[in-house]
Structure formats: C-alpha cells, structure tokens
Design a protein around this ligand. Structure first.
Ligand SMILES: [Fe+2]
Length: 398
C-alpha cells in the first residue's frame, strides 16, 4: 500500500446502532428540530406492525406524526410524487424512512423533489460517452432523513443514491448527491427479525457482493477496503446463520452492521460489473435485485479472476478459507469456491433460465450491459471488449 497516493473518503452521517435503538427515534427527530415527521414505509411493513415502535417513539417525544405507507417495492416516479404531495399537504418537516432499499430510496427522491425544481428524471443520470451525467444537479436538501433499515442488504441508509423506476422507459434511473444522504441511520437489528429467509438470503448476497465488488474495484481507497474486508468476513460467518434461523439476534445484528459497513465502503469505492448485470436484468425481468446479484456474482468473479488473483487470495482469507502455504492462484480458487458454496447454501444457484428468461432477453441484456460498461470497465479488474464477452458471462449463468 502506497500512502503517498491521493484519495477521498466521505464519512457517513451519524449511525446509531443496536437492538432497540429505534426507540430513540423520537429523541433524534427532536434533536434535528422536527415537529411533524413523516414516516415513509411500505404497506406490508406497516400492516405487520414493524413501524409501530417508531411511531410510538415519535409521538412520545411530543411530535405530530404523519404516515405514508404506500411505498412500492419498486418505487416509481408517480409513487414518489404522491409522497411529495402528502408531505406538503400535511406540513411535515422531516422524513423517517423505514424499510428496505425501496423506502429509503423513495425518501431520498422525495427530499430531492422537495428542495429542487423540475422533474426527478432530470436528476437521473444518463450515459454520455464513457461518463454518467444528469441534466440538473441537486442544489438543496428538501428534508432531512432518518433512515431505519429493516433489511441487511442495500446499505441505502448510508449512501447518497436512489433508484426510481420509470414505467414509461422501463428503466430504473439513478440520482445521487451527498445532499441526499440520510442525516442519521438508525440500525436496529430487532426490526430485521421480520425478514423471511428468502429476503434474508437475497439482500445478504447484495451486501456481500457490494463489499466484494468494492474491494476488487481499482484505485487507492484504503478506508473503503478496510470496511469492505471486515464486512465480507462478518457476512461469511453470519449470513448462513441468519438464513437458517431468522430469530438469531446475534447473527441478525452482525449482518446489519456488515451491510451498513458495505454501504459506506461501496459508496466510496465503487462497484464492478456484478451490479451492471443485476441492474440491467432487474429492468428486464423484475426479479429481486439481491437475487440477480447472487446469480451473477460467481460468474463475474470467475471472469475477473485473471485480473485480480492477489486480491482474490486476500478475499479467500476474509471468507474464512484456510490458505496458508497456498499459492495466490490456489487461494484465489478457494475464494471462488467459497462464494459458490455460500450461494448454494442460500439456495441462490438456480440457472437464470429457470426464471423464464428467454434467450432473446439475454441478448438484449448483453447489449444494454455493453452500452454502459465503459465507466465501470475502466476500474474493474477485467472489463469487456465486446458484446460477445458480456454475453459469454451471461450464458454461464443461464
Ligand atoms: Fe446492490
């Protein structure tokens, strides 16, 4: 490691972590100067009562609480606009987002629209040559956000981007700016106990992949790498436990801590093509993000292997493999084996074709991935030189 290199690192805002920490939300909202917070969540979390403790804490702090429980699993431009209208109608002054990536991403989009002119789509990035650009830049934060994750996966509680689906184009667009980052992330593992095993596995794979992709991405980023490697170690030890027994609070807590660390890591260190594939396939198939991540991860690692043997050897150790005395190449193989085994344990190893993905869809996906690969290929251990190379990896997963 050569510390004479330059790097930047954006630290997240305040993180409040621990079982029952969500009972402190009322106090935290008051410290932020709120009198009328808007709780944003999805209908099922609201129905099963996951948000009840948070609402109670806010009321007990003497605040007037409004609830918008209509966040879609896949947030759309329209659902975000109706949340903005609701926020204004009810005279709210802070957003408390409870849920997975969808609720927290929706809250960021609402904050963006509250503070800035124009449409959300104007702030979503589009590919211009090898770069991503948006028509407009976020100028102001419309409302502060307290983010309370109920999954251990996306890391959205500490990142500054939000993905919102536009049914008109069939594409999920991404808007991002440090001003959109939640002011406080309240990470209460008790709230993640409600996750069914399937969601635990899918979102956990997303957290694992986000840390692995960040670590394998190029550039000098010692802070991001340290967080990513710790997250990988913690996830390898705890994800199978949380999947096997959802009530294991120790495993749930470890997973939430690791997912949050992974969020801080990748929002600084970037991602490689596992996410390019999963994002494109997500638009085409509407399968859960983490599921697609889990199905693509082993194959993108295999493709990348020759460009990052040393790093994969380090990864093997973080994944719990015994690698003393092994050559870097052999240790790298162990890392690939460990990822494949973990995916199989979590039952995320079915071929893409079993989800009725047609060969035609596969070709369209390959073209879309290739059309936007340049920025990530520039820093990935191994990028792509043609659509056929992109397709080759897809076919392995097919
Ligand atoms: Fe992800």
């Amino acid at each position: 490691m050569d510390w004479t290199n330059m790097f930047q690192f954006r630290a997240p805002a305040r993180i409040v972590f621990g079982p029952d920490s969500s009972e402190k939300v009322g106090e935290i909202a008051r410290e932020l100067g709120s009198k009328a917070p808007l709780v944003m969540t999805d209908p099922s979390l609201h129905r099963i009562g996951v948000t009840a403790g948070v609402e109670k804490s806010l009321r007990e702090a003497g605040l007037r609480v409004e609830v918008f429980a209509e966040v879609m699993t896949e947030p759309t431009l329209t659902s975000v606009e109706s949340a903005v209208a609701f926020f204004r109608e009810r005279g709210c002054d802070l957003i408390v987002a409870i849920g997975g990536g969808s609720s927290i991403d929706s809250a960021k989009a609402v904050s963006l629209l509250l503070g800035n002119e124009g449409k959300l789509s104007e702030y979503q990035q589009r590919r211009v040559g090898a770069e991503w650009r948006a028509e407009r830049k976020v100028q102001r934060r419309g409302a502060e956000i307290i983010a309370i994750p109920t999954t251990a996966g996306t890391g959205s509680e500490v990142t500054s981007g939000c993905g919102v689906f536009d049914p008109a184009t069939g594409i999920k667009g991404w808007a991002g700016d440090p001003l959109l980052r939640p002011s406080v992330a309240v990470c209460d593992p008790v709230l993640t106990l409600s996750m069914p095993p399937r969601v635990t596995a899918d979102t956990g794979m997303d957290a694992l992949s986000q840390s692995i992709e960040c670590y394998l991405n190029g550039g000098f980023k010692p802070f991001a790498d340290a967080l990513a490697l710790t997250a990988i170690e913690v996830i390898a030890q705890n994800l199978p436990r949380a999947f096997a027994n959802g009530n294991d609070l120790a495993a749930r807590s470890a997973m939430l801590g690791a997912a949050t660390m992974a969020g801080v890591a990748f929002s600084n260190g970037g991602l490689i093509h596992v996410h390019t594939y999963a994002e494109v396939l997500g638009d085409l198939t509407h399968l859960p993000h983490g599921r697609l991540i889990g199905l693509m991860l082993p194959h993108v690692l295999e493709w990348s292997r020759i460009g990052c043997v040393e790093k994969l050897a380090t990864l093997a150790r973080a994944l719990g493999e015994k690698v003393d005395g092994l050559s870097a190449a052999d240790a790298a193989e162990r890392a690939l084996g460990a990822v494949r085994r973990l995916a199989a344990d979590l039952e995320i190893d079915e071929p893409l074709r079993s989800h009725r993905v047609s060969e035609e869809t596969l070709r369209v996906a390959a073209e879309r991935v290739y059309s936007q690969h340049a920025a990530r290929s520039a820093t990935s251990p191994r990028g792509f030189r043609s659509v056929d190379e992109v397709l080759e990896v897809l076919q392995k997963a097919y």
